[in-house]
Design a protein around this ligand. Structure first.
Ligand code: GTP
Ligand code: MG
Length: 605
């Protein structure tokens, strides 16, 4: 059986919960959240490669129109996320969080036909809008401070939450993108790696691929620009690229490599030329991607959501059974059991206070660890940047070309700190998960104790829940575009200094440069320390409040069910029989949904 019916089952669960009344409002919210996750789940597929290999052209061909700017000179400087939307739209996001620019702008709207999707006109208008932000020419050195751009497009390829990402090419002289790209990759689900027929594959690409491979779960390879090759030449090229990938990068034999002409593909889509589209090789890429996305993307997610829904219903069933028991048992007995349960809840409250203290202690220790790391990084950065200055000084002539030294420093800074940021983010992700895990387990145990006590007191079947999963890593990929301070003030050299003997001048220059290095180290490490501290605080804060919420919800649900039954017993004895019948029929309905969910998870395994 397929998992197609999962949203329908969730919808049915929602209807039953709504009928059951306001005591189940929190459960309805949970089902709604599962449904939303199902509908919103994104799959991030990045297009990677050296500059000018045709990454943007390839995406344009897959989308069927010229949306992303392309050029003969290195171009894409900012990542572009392409998501599904009913009509063509774009939004520019800035590093400082100020409101982003939108496409169509009011001015564009006169030329832009937002309702009728006119491919020949709208694509190029968007491309020229985008080039003001994502292209090196329109936004040199990212002076506009753009963090990323989102494009919404109605392509079926983007259905079911697929997000395509156009990334800046690595190896261009303009930018230091390699480290930023590497930091971004662990958050992507898969990547298309684009090389071109000429040159077949460079050393830079091999080195980059070696760094990419351990960071991305699934990699596909595209050899682009095969339009001027014969079939025989294509075969030889494929053989060559395959060998390099296997022998030098260690890519497995079965990883597919596609030979394509993105340019022909785009032409074919624009002129609806089916034969050319086939010849371009892009049909194979498209169908492979669609198969892969259908197979790998949703099955794991659906299974996980079906499991969660099953668990949630199990919890609701337990409470419904407790309510029925509470309605059936003699009132004195009910009062007695409620008293026992409330004692248990008091103990849980005490445990919760202890847990909060332990969590605060761990947060403090993690911050101390961060301070140690920052100090370590200061030392490392000093050594590295001083080394850069010495190397640079050794290369320059007696005129002490200070500008050259400064350029070398300005180059070294983003490279060094971008890399360190990636390392630190990774180390802290691991450390924070490690530190939080025992807290998660302790909270899960406490929640289970509460539920188990309720089940035992009221003699209903007990089902242990899976972990409350309060700590979940953020899976939204973010592109680090930190404003590393590498623009240095010119070093003022007074006229008197020019008259000094060369040796003395050099000594003074070195002293000034070292002072500058120290300032740069302090400023940039502080940047990194601050960013990490913010993330850390956020992780602890949201973890702590989620645990509290989960525990409160478990208490409110069980305690609430018993109290509500007790109140009914005292006030409205005549309505008790129909109430029991109503709850019993809800139990039957929910058990049916549970059985359907279970069949689905089993079928998916
Ligand atoms: N002959 C030929 N040229 C192509 C093909 N695909 C792209 N090009 C050309 O290659 C150049 C670079 O294409 P882009 O799509 O801008 O390359 P890119 O990889 O996105 O470049 P960056 O954004 O700078 O990293 C453009 O002039 C394209 O027209 C192709 O299949 N065949
Ligand atoms: Mg590009």
């Amino acid at each position: 059986m397929s998992l197609q019916g999962l949203p329908a089952l969730l919808q049915r669960t929602l209807e039953h919960l709504n009928k059951l009344g306001s005591e189940f409002a929190a459960d309805s919210q949970k089902v709604k959240a599962l449904l939303e996750r199902f509908l919103e789940e994104r799959f991030h597929l990045a297009v990677l490669g050296q500059f000018k290999r045709g990454k943007s052209t390839l995406l344009n061909a897959l989308l069927g129109e010229e949306l992303l700017p392309t050029s003969v000179v290195p171009l894409t400087a900012i990542p572009t996320f392409i998501l599904w939307g009913p009509e063509l739209r774009a939004r520019v996001h800035y590093q400082d969080g100020r409101p982003g620019d939108e496409f169509p702008t009011r001015h564009d709207k006169t030329a832009y036909d937002g309702t009728e999707h006119d491919k020949t006109r709208n694509g190029p208008i968007l491309a020229s809008f985008l080039s003001q932000f994502v292209a090196e020419s329109g936004n040199p050195k990212n002076c506009k401070g753009v963090s990323h751009v989102e494009v919404f497009h109605p392509s079926p390829l983007l259905h079911n939450g697929v997000v395509l990402i156009d990334t800046p090419g690595i190896g261009s002289t303009f930018r230091h993108n390699t480290e930023a790209t590497l930091n971004f990759l662990p958050q992507c689900d898969a990547a298309l790696f684009v090389v071109s027929a000429d040159p077949p594959i460079t050393e830079v690409e091999v080195d980059f691929l070696k760094a990419v491979r351990p960071r991305v779960a699934r990699l596909f390879f595209i050899v682009n620009k095969v339009d001027y090759l014969s079939e025989e030449e294509k075969g030889a090229l494929l053989h060559f690229v395959g060998n390099v990938l296997r022998e030098q990068v260690g890519i497995k034999e079965e990883s597919p490599i596609f030979c394509v002409s993105a340019r022909q593909g785009l032409e074919a889509r624009q002129s609806a030329d089916v034969a050319l589209w086939k010849r371009s090789g892009l049909e194979e890429v498209r169908s492979h991607l669609i198969d892969f996305l259908a197979r790998d993307k949703t099955s794991a997610l659906r299974e996980a959501l079906a499991n969660k829904a099953w668990e949630m219903i199990a919890d609701v069933l337990m409470r419904l059974r407790i309510t029925i028991r509470s309605l059936q048992m003699p009132l004195t007995e009910l009062d007695e059991r409620l008293q026992i349960f409330e004692k248990e809840l008091q103990e849980a409250g005490r445990q919760q206070i202890v847990m909060r203290d332990l969590l605060a202690g761990d947060r403090k220790r993690t911050v101390e660890f961060l301070e140690e790391q920052a100090e370590h990084l200061r030392q490392k950065a000093r050594v590295y940047l001083k080394g850069t200055v010495w190397e640079s000084l050794a290369r320059i002539d007696a005129a002490f070309d200070e500008n050259r030294v400064q350029e070398d420093l300005a180059d070294a800074i983003p490279r060094f700190f971008e890399h360190e940021l990636g390392e630190m983010a990774h180390a802290f992700d691991l450390r924070v998960s490690e530190v939080l895990l025992p807290h998660q387990q302790r909270a899960d145990e406490l929640i289970e104790t509460v539920r188990k006590t309720a089940a035992e007191l009221f003699k209903v079947p007990y089902h242990a829940l899976e972990s409350s999963g309060a700590f979940q890593m953020n899976r939204q990929p973010y592109w680090v575009t930190h404003p590393w301070n590498s623009t240095l003030n010119p070093l003022p050299v007074g006229w008197a200094a020019r008259l000094l003997p060369a040796g003395l001048r050099r000594a003074r220059l070195e002293k000034r440069l070292m002072k500058q290095v120290e300032e740069l180290v302090l400023f940039n490490v502080e940047n990194l320390r601050w960013a990490t501290l913010q993330n850390l605080d956020q992780a602890f804060r949201s973890f702590g409040s989620t645990l509290d919420e989960h525990l409160q919800a478990a208490i409110a649900a069980t305690h609430g069910a018993i109290q509500a039954a007790q109140a009914k017993r005292r006030d409205q004895t005549p309505t008790i029989a129909p109430e029991i019948a109503r709850l019993q029929s809800a139990i039957v309905e929910l058990e049916n949904i549970q059985a359907a969910l279970q069949a689905k998870t089993r079928a998916a395994v």
